[in-house]
Write a protein that binds this ligand. Structure first.
Ligand SMILES: Nc1ncnc2c1ncn2[C@@H]1O[C@H](COP(=O)(O)OP(=O)(O)OP(=O)(O)O)[C@@H](O)[C@H]1O
Length: 331
């Protein structure tokens, strides 16, 4: 089911949490709302859910104007960062809850819950109580419970936000696989660009209550509409005034080594620089540099293999050149 938000405004006093936001969320896709803290992501999600009322604007789910409908009438599943499970009910009973209050026949409930336990990988834990689960397992239970009533759309507000990095990583891959199986239109709020790039079909980048750009992860990363999007979707540095990603900087001991195969249209030029620091990041190495002519500091990211070959040391003079500029549409 598609979701359409048209001209959404929400103010808290003088502050515009949503400033004339319009967005189309296509059927069956996983769309992320990505932005820094306070950019309005949760406000937009809660407006879609009907948990907050808008000052003005329209929310359409599956061609029906739901702006005046209560959350219960919008056919949505919602999962928050801190999921409030029923402590006295088992995992199985928690997942079955929505179906039971809808008075579905026992046979149907059992079959559906069995299927969902399987999908979220909690079959062996079905008799446990929420307190006996890990944080990641609890969030998977929350997703199963939200999915049990066959919602038209699934709204997720930082569902993995409270978990540690490794578990988050596993769960977002799991969410992507789940989405590929279930295909329910999903909107995920996150402030983590890696998470958004990893799981989304489309990403909407929010900033100060406005949408900066909507597109596929590749669109946003390779063709950011402006500097905010470029910087939010990955680190960028300024090189002779151009916005460049650190791994798009080539370093050599001579000017020729720094620029054998660059785009002739690229006007960033070769920069003579001094190595300040070399930091091993695992697969990659960050080389912190300072431009000899302008004194500007910038960092380049090269592979470990390149560093092994170059063996750059602090204090050395090198030459750097951007192989690609973080191109900005319409700039
Ligand atoms: N009930 C409220 N009263 C006053 N201000 C509010 C209220 N709810 C939200 N805001 C403000 O609206 C802005 C947007 O909040 P929102 O929760 O949508 O941001 P967010 O992008 O989801 O941020 P975060 O990632 O920190 O949750 C924030 O500056 C917040 O302080």
């Amino acid at each position: 089911m598609s979701i359409k938000v048209i001209g959404a405004n929400k103010r808290y006093g003088d502050f515009a949490a949503l400033d004339d936001v319009s967005i189309d969320i296509p059927d069956g896709q996983l769309t992320s709302l990505l932005g820094p803290s306070g950019s309005g992501k949760s406000t937009l999600l809660r407006a879609i859910a009907g948990l907050d009322t808008l000052d003005s604007g329209t929310v359409i789910i599956n061609d029906t104007d739901v702006s005046k409908k209560s959350p219960q009438k919008r056919d949505i599943g919602f999962v928050f960062q801190h999921y409030a499970a029923f402590k006295h009910l088992t995992v199985r009973e928690n997942i079955a809850f929505g179906l039971k209050i809808r008075k579905r026949p026992k046979k149907e409930v059992d079959a559906k819950v069995d299927q969902l336990l399987e999908v979220v990988g909690l079959t062996v834990f079905q008799k446990r109580f929420p307190a006996q689960l890990s944080g990641g397992q609890r969030q998977r239970m929350a997703l199963a419970r939200a999915l049990a009533v066959d919602p038209k759309v699934l709204l997720l507000d930082e569902p993995f936000g409270a978990l540690d990095a490794k578990v988050r990583d596993d769960l977002r891959r799991w969410l992507r696989r789940l989405h590929d199986e279930v295909h329910v239109t999903t909107v995920l709020v996150t402030h983590d660009q890696q998470e958004a790039l990893d799981v989304s079909d489309r990403i909407a980048v929010l900033n100060k209550g406005r949408i900066e750009q909507v597109g596929t992860p590749d669109d946003l990363y390779d063709r950011p509409a402006n500097e905010f999007v470029a910087s939010f979707l990955g680190s960028t540095v300024r090189l002779n005034g151009e916005l460049v990603r650190p791994h798009d900087i080539r370093i050599g001991r001579t000017p020729e080594m720094a620029s054998p195969t660059t785009d002739p249209n690229l006007d960033v030029g070769i920069i003579r620089a001094t190595v300040q620091r070399v930091v091993n990041l695992g697969f990659e190495t960050r080389v912190e540099l300072v431009s000899a002519s302008t004194g500007e500091e910038f960092a380049a990211q090269i592979t470990r293999g390149d560093q092994n070959a170059l063996n750059l040391q602090p204090g050395e003079t090198v030459y750097a050149r951007a192989t690609k500029v973080a191109a900005l549409d319409g700039v």
